[in-house]
Design a protein around this ligand. Structure first.
Ligand code: BMA
Length: 316
């Protein structure tokens, strides 16, 4: 087994891969796990992030209310599947990512400013009290994703420069910081290459350290005659120089297929924001937004994913 570093999570939500299923990522049979019915006045709940917390799990959820205000709320769960959300927005904005680093839970998200979107940063220890840091970037950027540990003594943040709208382009960059306030040394990581992601790419869950490199799940966007279609890809990045792509799957690992991924406020969206990993077994549980309407869950293992990446490697 490829070695996966990080927490051991014995109560990781899990289902075995269905017999005869050939792809590396399989869906939870009772998807979606969170719908608009989880919160009064929600129009939709999607693109959300979770982490292990106490004897269960905590999360930050993107809620678009009936007013269509976009807010982040917290939620708690014993098993990672049945969630109770608190109807008390902590920040405005969308697409949260969570990462446990140095004993604190760091949140990065798309922060809304009068000048465009930027990367908001905050941390908490209890999911009740939050300390907001400086925005990590001037507008306009989205898909800010922190690494769970320093690399060569510096914090690392994926970032995706964009415009003020639903940007028809997008490459992933990496920013460095010594203090989580001043960011710089921007390095290009990857751009869209293949058909399924020919419009733009953006980092997804907190990257996962393995002995083969940083495992990065990301979303790739295709522009079809019917608009954007979002799927999940994966790549392995160099451990010491994570802007260097070692291997990258040339085909998606999970794309819009089931009705809850194909129909909704924005059809044809699989948007991963969070991955729980169990170092003891190599299991990975991925939470993804489905059709900008609900949150769904899928499973893989570090070996299944790395095998698929290498079998379909873009970097020859
Ligand atoms: C994200 C956000 C959403 C959008 C989504 C697809 O980056 O901009 O509002 O619809 O992509 O889930």
């Amino acid at each position: 087994m490829a070695k996966l570093f990080g927490q051991t999570i014995p109560n990781l939500p899990w289902q075995d891969k269905p017999a005869g299923y050939r792809y590396p990522v399989w869906r939870y049979t009772e998807n979606p796990v969170i719908t608009r019915d989880n919160l009064y006045m929600a129009n939709s709940i999607f693109n959300s992030a979770v982490v292990p917390f106490k004897d269960g799990f905590a999360g930050v959820f993107r809620v678009d209310y009936r007013s269509r205000d976009q807010k982040l709320v917290t939620g708690f769960s014993k098993d990672g599947i049945r969630w109770s959300l608190t109807d008390k927005p902590i920040f405005g904005g969308y697409d949260p990512r969570l990462c446990l680093m140095e004993g604190k839970y760091y949140l990065s998200w798309v922060n809304l400013t009068p000048h465009g979107t930027t990367i908001g940063l905050a941390y908490t220890e209890d999911f009740e009290h939050w300390t907001q840091l400086e925005d990590a970037c001037y507008p306009v950027a989205r898909n800010g994703v922190l690494f769970p540990e320093k690399v060569n003594g510096e914090y690392m943040l994926f970032i995706r420069p964009c415009d003020r709208g639903h940007t028809p382009y997008g490459d992933i960059f990496l920013a460095h910081s010594k203090d989580l306030t001043y960011w710089g040394k921007y390095r290009f990581v990857m751009k869209p290459v293949k058909n399924w992601e020919s419009t733009k790419v953006g980092a997804g869950p907190t990257p996962i350290r393995t002995d083969e490199g940083w495992l990065m799940f990301y979303h790739g966007v295709l522009t079809s005659c019917n608009g954007f279609s979002y799927s999940m890809g994966a790549a392995l990045l160099d451990l010491n120089e994570p802007w260097k792509v070692l291997h990258r799957a040339d085909s998606f690992l999970l794309g819009p297929h089931e009705p809850y991924e194909c129909f909704g406020d924005v059809p044809n969206v699989v948007f991963p924001c969070s991955a729980l990993t169990d170092a003891a077994t190599g299991r990975i549980a991925i939470y993804y937004g489905a059709a900008d309407t609900s949150v769904a869950l899928a499973f893989t293992t570090v070996d299944e994913t790395i095998r698929y990446i290498k079998e379909n490697d873009l970097i020859k």
